[in-house]
Design a protein around this ligand. Structure first.
Ligand SMILES: Nc1ncnc2c1ncn2[C@@H]1O[C@H](COP(=O)(O)OP(=O)(O)OP(=O)(O)O)[C@@H](O)[C@H]1O
Length: 273
């Protein structure tokens, strides 16, 4: 891979779905974007704005109607998706069946596998028996397991579509920790989410709305903006708690030198006052 060559590149891409009556319904059009190694991209936008469609296009599961999509050849099997219906992605019957499909599992001697299963499951905070039938897992457990399987393949590019949608707050923290660790180890992340606070660690935010990309750039600028209305608010979202707090502080005449996005960053900025 030459330096700067993107993993995936969309050029003037559009997606049109056919309706029941045969008409074309555009989801988004004229989308040009490139996903580079070492990025952590949060994709946000209202319901129906086409975020899952983007996931499908990136993963090569959905066709585009116009424009081009190019994928870096060296990605090979190094691209993984964690999609909204986890069970649709399972191929095995049990936890261990599913994990045994991963090529690395096949290099492990039988005696080493149990420890590896535990490690893979623990990465997302799952404590389930390897012999458990996948059908008996709860919705949240299926979602966690699907992510665990994707992470265990150590993908170069991981595309997650609402991977925390069914999770309780503690499990959500576990998932974010696991994704943070994968990112630290070199996995490029595309993170589609409705929870804006999950965009706080991203290196870039892409906002979808009104059938197009409305924002593509720095997360701080997305949330704080430059004018009265930030790009986040322009998409119809309430600002996350941390950003609202900074705004209130500003209104009280307290100006922070940093623009925090997470609670930890907010605490640090306040401690510097
Ligand atoms: N297979 C399909 N056939 C026809 N229309 C579709 C199909 N898949 C999605 N759509 C339509 O395309 C639009 C975008 O859907 P998509 O699921 O990509 O949005 P989204 O931003 O992920 O939404 P959400 O946040 O609700 O998950 C919606 O209007 C949806 O109804």
């Amino acid at each position: 891979m030459s330096i700067g060559e993107p993993f995936v590149q969309l050029n003037k891409a559009s997606v049109v779905y056919r309706t029941e009556t045969g008409e074309g319904r555009p989801v988004w059009s004229d989308v040009s974007l490139a996903i580079h190694e070492k990025e952590w991209i949060a994709v946000v936008g209202p319901n129906g704005s086409g975020k899952s469609t983007l996931a499908g296009v990136l993963l090569g599961l959905s066709p585009i109607s116009e424009g081009t999509v190019a994928r870096y050849e060296g990605l090979d099997n190094g691209m993984k998706g964690v999609l909204q219906l986890p069970e649709a992605q399972f191929i095995g019957d049990t936890v261990e069946d599913e994990l045994n499909w991963i090529p690395y599992a096949q290099t492990l001697p039988e005696e080493a596998r149990a420890a590896w299963y535990r490690e893979v499951l623990a990465a997302v905070g799952l404590e389930i028996s390897p012999s458990r039938s996948l059908l008996t897992l709860s919705g949240g457990q299926k979602q966690l397991f699907n992510l665990a399987v994707a992470l265990a393949t150590k993908p170069k590019l991981l595309v997650c579509d609402e991977a925390t949608a069914m999770l309780d707050p503690a499990a959500r923290m576990d998932v974010l920790a696991a994704v943070r660790e994968a990112y630290r180890q070199g996995t490029t992340i595309v993170w589609i989410t409705h929870r804006l606070e999950e965009a706080s660690e991203a290196t870039r935010v892409i906002g979808f709305g009104e059938g197009r990309v409305t924002y593509d750039g720095d997360p701080h600028l997305f949330f704080y903006g430059e004018g009265e209305v930030s790009p986040c608010e322009a998409l119809g979202f309430d600002l996350p708690f941390v950003v609202q707090t900074v705004r209130h502080l500003r209104e009280q005449g307290v100006a922070l030198t940093a623009l925090p996005l997470s609670m930890d960053e907010l605490a640090e900025a306040i401690s510097c006052l």
